[in-house]
Design a protein around this ligand. Structure first.
Ligand code: URA
Length: 194
């Protein structure tokens, strides 16, 4: 069993916060265990809680379209996880305590996958991972470092569904990721748009 799978089974019996009482399934994260891009979302919604698969509902479908436009696949290029692994009731924002209880799992996951690039999706993911009270509208599109790894903050797909005019900026952010991926991982990565 890989260390990542061992960590997955550890999370499946986690009772470190009250979200464990209401969850159907723990959503550990999905994708390539050795991906060079690690996407971080906020937390499971209804569909994710039911299936145990990250970003499988409406937001996930939009995320898949964005990844497809970048010519990135879940199987090869990315791993997708969340700040909290269990669904907050009514999809509320996870509390500080819930995020703090879950963060060590995410930190270990990132270490094990060992990606060159991290993308945080939305304000909660950015704040939850960095521990800083940052504004997504200000930070998006700007590379920063998190534990010596490059991090690109961008909008959450659900924000893009609510406010489609933000899609243009999000696409600029993903184009920066493609360029960085070419620089650091595969100079020949094909994308028909850039
Ligand atoms: N929204 C998230 O932030 N994460 C998911 O896994 C699904 C929806």
């Amino acid at each position: 069993m890989s260390r990542l799978l061992a960590l997955k089974s550890q999370t499946e019996s986690c009772v470190k916060c009250p979200l464990s009482n209401s969850r159907t399934k723990v959503v550990f994260g999905n994708g390539n265990e050795n991906a060079q891009i690690f996407l971080v979302g906020e937390g499971p919604g209804y569909d994710e809680d039911q299936t145990g698969i990250a970003f499988i509902g409406k937001s996930g479908q939009l995320l898949d379209k964005i990844l497809e436009a970048c010519n990135f696949t879940r199987e090869e290029h990315v791993f997708i996880g969340n700040i909290v692994k269990c669904r907050p009731p009514q999809n509320r924002t996870p509390s500080q305590e819930e995020m703090a209880a879950c963060l060590p799992y995410l930190e270990e996951q990132i270490q094990l996958v060992d990606p060159k690039i991290i993308i945080t999706l939305g304000a909660t993911a950015l704040k939850g991972l960095t521990g800083e009270n940052l504004k997504i509208t200000r930070e998006r599109g700007n590379w920063r470092f998190w534990n010596d790894r490059l991090l690109m903050p961008t909008y959450h797909p659900s924000a893009l569904l609510r406010t489609p005019s933000l899609k243009k900026e999000a696409w600029e952010d993903f184009k920066m990721v493609i360029r960085k991926y070419r620089e650091l991982v595969d100079p020949n990565h094909y994308c028909k748009y850039i």
